[in-house]
Design a protein around this ligand. Sequence first.
Ligand code: AMP
Length: 504
Amino acid sequence: MANHLFDFIRSRIVDPDRLFMETPDGATMTYGALLAETGRYANALIGLNIRPGDRVAVQLEKSPAVIFIYLACVRIGAVFLPLNTGYTLNELEYFISDSGASLVICDPHARDGLSEIANRHHAQLETHGRDASRSLYERVMNASGEFHDVARGPDDLAAILYTSGTTGRSKGAMLSHDNLASNALALVETWRFSPQDVLIHALPVFHTHGLFVATNVTLLAGSSLIFLPKFDAKLVLSYMDRASVLMGVPTFYTRLLDEAGLNAETTAKMRLFISGSAPLLAETHRDWSKRTGHAILERYGMTETNMNTSNPYDGDRVPGTVGMALPGVEARVVDPETGKPVPQGDIGMIEVKGPNVFKGYWNMPEKTKAEFRDDGFFITGDLGQFDERGYLSIVGRGKDLIISGGLNIYPKEVEEEIDALTGVIESAVIGLPHPDFGEGVVAVIVREKNATIDEQQVMAGLDGRLARFKLPKQMFFVDELPRNTMGKVQKNLLRDAYKDLRFS
Ligand code: AMP
C-alpha cells in the first residue's frame, strides 16, 4: 500500500549512491544510506510502540537526526511535532499536553526538566544523545534499516507545527501528506530544482522554512544539502563556491552583505538566492543585486499554508513584492468584512486556497472554522495588494494595522519613509491606545552607528511625504528591534514594552 509523501521521496531516488547530505565535519550521506537510516529510526519508533496517528514531539538542537526522525515519522504514519529549541518548560508543557504526544524526544541535558512533564501527560520520554545509554540513539543503532512503509493517504497527517503565536495561545497547524508533497512539487517546478542542485541549509529545522521548504524540495528534486548547524555568514559564504542555492530569511542577506568577501566572483557558482518568512527590504534586494549580480527571489508562505506565492524564476523579481500564486494555489485580496475581492491596487486581506492549505488547527474546530471562508479560502491575516502586473505585496499583518481617528494606517508605509532617511537603519511602527484618536502612531527607530538623527529631524524628513494623520506622535530610538529566530520583528513585544506610554 502507498505512503503518499514517502512514495514521492522514494520515486526520486534513481541512484542510491547519489549524495543527499554533507555536514561541515566532512561527513556525507548518500540517498541509499538515508533510506537505511530512516528505516532504522522507523523501527526504533515502532519498538517504542508508536502507532499511526500518534504525535511525536521533538525538541532537539539542529542536527541531521531531526530530519531522520521527521522522515521516520512519515514512514510509520506518525505525526511529527517539532518544537523550537528556545521554548521554556512552561511552553513545552502546553505543547505536550495540547497535542497529547505519545513520545517526547529531547537532548540529554533537557531530560530532568522534561521528565515530570512527560509523566504528567502520559508521554514516553527518550533522549537523543550519542553518549547516553538507554537513548533513542542507542535503539536506532541496534535497529534494522529494513522497513516497510506504513500506508498513508494524501489527507493523513504528517506533522503538526505550532504557530509562533504572537497573540494568545499558539495553535497546532495540522499538515497532511499532500499539503507537504504538493507544495514541494510546486516549488521544485517554480524554482527549477534538479538533481544537480546543492542547497546550503542554514535555517532552523523546527520551522516550516528549514524543515519543509528546504528539505522537501531537496528530497523531491533528488538534490543535495550542505547541512549547517546554524547560520554563520562566513561559513555560508565559504560554501558558495560549490553550492547552487541558498534559502534564507532576510537577516541572512543583511548579514552576508556585511561580509567584505561577498561579490560577483564569490557567488558566481550560485544559481539562486531565495528569501522568505519575513519582509525583505527593497533596499537589501537592490544592494544584493549590485554586489553580486543576483536578484534575490522572494516568496511568501506561512506555517498553515506552506508556500503561497513566489517571484518568477524567469522574468522580473520585483523588490518589495512576493510575486504570484504558485501552480495549483489561488491567492486573492479581499475586503476583510465582506470577503469580496477588492479592485486591483487596493489593500485588503490576503486569502489563499489550494492543496497546500492545512487541515485546520489541532483541537480547535471553532478557531479553524473562523479562519476559513465558505468557499474554502483560508484567511491568512496578512494584508496585501496586487499591482497591475499581478505581483502581490505584503503590507503587514492585519492585527498590526493602526486605526487612528477612524483612519487606517499601514505601518509599512510609514516604516518605508522613516527607513529612507539618512542615518536610519530600520524602524517598526506600532499603534498604541490614544485618548483622542483610539490609537496613536509610535515609531521605534534604529539609527546607523554614529548617526545622530533625532525626533525633530525625523519629523522634518517626513514632512510632505506622509499625510499628517500618519505621522508618528511619539518616537523611540533603540539599538535593535526585537526579532524571533525567523527574523520577524516582534511588534507584540514592542506594544507591550511601551504599553504605559502617555501621549504628550
Ligand atoms: P510563519 O508561520 O512563522 O512562517 O509566519 C508566516 C508569516 O510570515 C506570514 O503570515 C507573513 O506575515 C510573514 N511572511 C512570510 N513570508 C513573508 C515575506 N516574504 N514578506 C513578508 N512577510 C512574510
